[in-house]
Ligand binder design. Structure first.
Ligand SMILES: [Zn+2]
Length: 89
């Protein structure tokens, strides 16, 4: 399990899926099944930017941008799963 430090969130990957968790729940997940970008648990909204990765040319770039926009989380290059480097391109 690889981790990236963040003052508010736990960011980790097993090399296939990346999880970003607040103390009370998931706010981001990147996996071959899809992208989930959720609001902070307890807020009124839930899904902010959830989608399948199948139609995306560069799903990792989409996820990185979305996590930065919605949660101010800047994911490092070392967190990117190998499979997504040649996903649908
Ligand atoms: Zn969702």
């Amino acid at each position: 399990m690889k981790r990236q430090h963040h003052p508010l969130y736990e960011i980790r990957t097993d090399g296939r899926t990346v999880w970003i968790n607040a103390t009370d729940g998931l706010i981001g997940r990147f996996s071959p099944l899809g992208i989930d970008v959720h609001a902070n648990p307890g807020s009124h909204e839930h899904c902010l930017d959830c989608r399948s990765v199948k139609q995306l040319v560069d799903p990792w770039a989409v996820f990185v941008l979305s996590m930065r926009e919605h949660h101010n989380v800047v994911l490092g290059k070392s967190m990117q799963p190998e499979w997504s480097k040649h996903a649908n391109g």
